[in-house]
Design a protein around this ligand. Structure first.
Ligand code: MLT
Length: 223
């Protein structure tokens, strides 16, 4: 991939599009395959904007890639929103961070010429969780999502029919010590309530990804 842009965040935060664009350190790579949906990569706790680049190359080699870095530090481990404890979240914090990321995505799509109706989030763990809250609160900024090891962060259905044109793949592990087993079907139900076409699949894995995740995600991305 040839990098077109790497930006560092600006200090101030307002809603102006240019400031929104610079509010997240991020990478953007152009696509070489016009048929491939652009990917929004959202890393897990302790990751960076580079973590999921090899995954993106495997899943959709010619796709354009937008990859922001989480802007919240948990003792040095970067995330997309703060948490009260593992699996415990503050709705106000999650909502505020989701709005900020949605502003960034909208500004980045305009700036880099990415089609938001085709933009597909590929999120892992905390990144999958904020991808899910983006779908719940800001469906217009995404065309669909691959949620890897996501859980229910906000027990709130998406606005009715707001997800009617979205496809979502949920991949969870049967032996994940972080994501309770009832969460994937609950999250699937919340997204379906908004009209999304949701595929929910379990793999024999823990919280980490295995080959079966890649195979399922790749075939879902190019059916
Ligand atoms: C994580 O470790 O990041 C959790 O699984 C998810 C979260 O806290 O958002």
């Amino acid at each position: 991939m040839t990098k077109v842009f790497e930006a560092r965040p600006s200090v101030s935060r307002t809603l102006s599009p240019l400031v929104s664009l610079s509010s997240y350190h991020h990478l953007c790579y152009p696509g070489t395959d016009p048929n491939a949906a652009p990917l929004l990569l959202l890393h897990g706790t302790g990751g960076t904007e580079r973590d999921l680049l090899p995954l993106a190359r495997t899943l959709a080699p010619g796709a354009a890639v937008l990859s922001p870095r989480g802007d919240v530090s948990e003792h040095g481990a970067l995330r997309f929103f703060a948490r009260l404890a593992e699996g415990r979240f503050d709705p106000a914090e999650v909502t505020r961070r989701t709005h900020a990321l949605a502003d960034f995505i909208a500004a980045a799509c305009t700036h880099y010429g990415l089609d938001p109706t085709r933009l597909t989030a590929v999120g892992f763990s905390n990144g999958a969780n904020i991808a899910a809250t983006l779908l719940q609160f800001h469906p217009a900024v995404l065309g669909g999502a691959v949620l890897l090891r996501s859980m229910v962060v906000l027990d709130q259905p998406a606005t009715s029919a707001s997800l009617s044109d979205k496809r979502v793949l949920l991949l969870n592990g049967t032996a994940d010590p972080i994501v309770p087993l009832d969460h994937p079907p609950r999250l699937a139900a919340l997204l379906r309530a908004g009209g999304a076409e949701v595929t929910q699949q379990m793999v024999k894995a823990s919280h980490g990804l295995i080959a079966a995740d890649l195979i399922a995600a790749k075939s879902w991305l190019s059916p």
